[in-house]
Design a protein around this ligand. Structure first.
Ligand code: PAF
Length: 277
């Protein structure tokens, strides 16, 4: 496994890879969800590049970038046994050289849901992901369904900017009790960790309603709200039942829909989603 930091070293490493290359972009502090993306890349491509970069431009002013968990040695020890070819760990100065002023922005898809709660977040994500695509030149790039809007926005960007690659969205990896894996779960204390299953419970209750024949989106949103409000440690930020492609809120569920939510457990903000239909 080659571990490279500078751009020239990455380019040399990339040139040594022949055949199909898969990219797994991460912000590190890897968990089983990231490793499942790596495994899928390994199964579908000849080589895999993993990037580890805590991207400052996708954090809001009220989101503590300096507290984001980091442990490079642990990350590398998790990647080595998987046979990853290259790990790129660029510095912020490489990704954002002095005088930086170039941004990639997807429009309507970034306005609702996470985009409404975290202004500027997706501009940071699409900019860094475009730069990672340029630098690593992958044939396929792997993202988790847990960040459903991020996946949709990156897919849109890849089409709109004619990136010659396939964006692959992989299923959410969950703990045994249903909690979606996330680097942020580490912030939860014992009581919050127990209460955090409420996201999965709320999504499951809404899905049961849908599978029982309910198509009124307001009733589906109300069911998620009811389950979340019954958990004293949870503070709901939003629930949504939206069109899968446009992410616009639905009145009636007809085709594919995205159920999603953001919930605070103490100071920790968690998101999760299910796809219906
Ligand atoms: O999902 C993440 O970890 C990040 O948003 C990504 C895609 C690596 C961009 O920084």
């Amino acid at each position: 496994m080659q571990i490279v930091t500078s751009l020239p070293d990455l380019r040399t490493a990339r040139l040594s890879l022949t055949g199909r290359v898969g990219l797994v972009p991460t912000m590190g502090y890897l968990h089983e969800g990231h490793l499942s993306l790596v495994r899928q890349s390994q199964a579908e491509c000849d080589h895999t590049i993993v990037t580890i970069f805590v991207n400052p431009t996708q954090f809001g002013a009220n989101e503590d970038l300096s507290k984001y968990p980091r442990d490079l040695e642990r990350d590398l020890s998790l990647l080595r046994p998987l046979g990853v070819d290259v790990v790129w760990t660029p510095s912020p100065e490489i990704m954002y050289p002095p005088g930086y002023q170039t941004w990639v922005e997807v429009e309507a898809l970034t306005h609702p849901l996470e985009g409404a709660m975290r202004p500027g977040h997706f501009r940071g994500v699409t900019t860094v992901v475009a730069k990672l695509f340029n630098a690593t030149q992958p044939h396929k790039a792997y993202f988790g369904q847990k960040d459903a809007q991020q996946a949709a926005v990156i897919r849109r960007m890849a089409v709109d900017l004619n990136f010659p690659l396939e964006v692959v969205v992989c299923p959410t990896t969950r703990e045994a009790d249903g909690l979606a894996m996330s680097s942020r779960n580490k912030y939860l204390n014992e009581a919050e960790r127990k209460a955090a299953t409420v996201l999965f419970r709320a999504l499951s209750a809404a899905k049961d309603l849908y599978e029982g024949g309910e198509r009124d989106a307001e009733k589906i949103r109300a069911k998620m709200t009811e389950v979340l409000e019954a958990e004293p440690l949870a503070q709901m930020q939003y629930v949504s039942c939206a069109d899968y492609d446009t992410l616009e809120e639905l009145d009636v569920v007809k085709g594919k829909a995205l159920l999603s939510m953001a919930v605070f457990l103490g100071k920790t903000r968690l998101i999760d989603n299910f796809v219906l239909g």
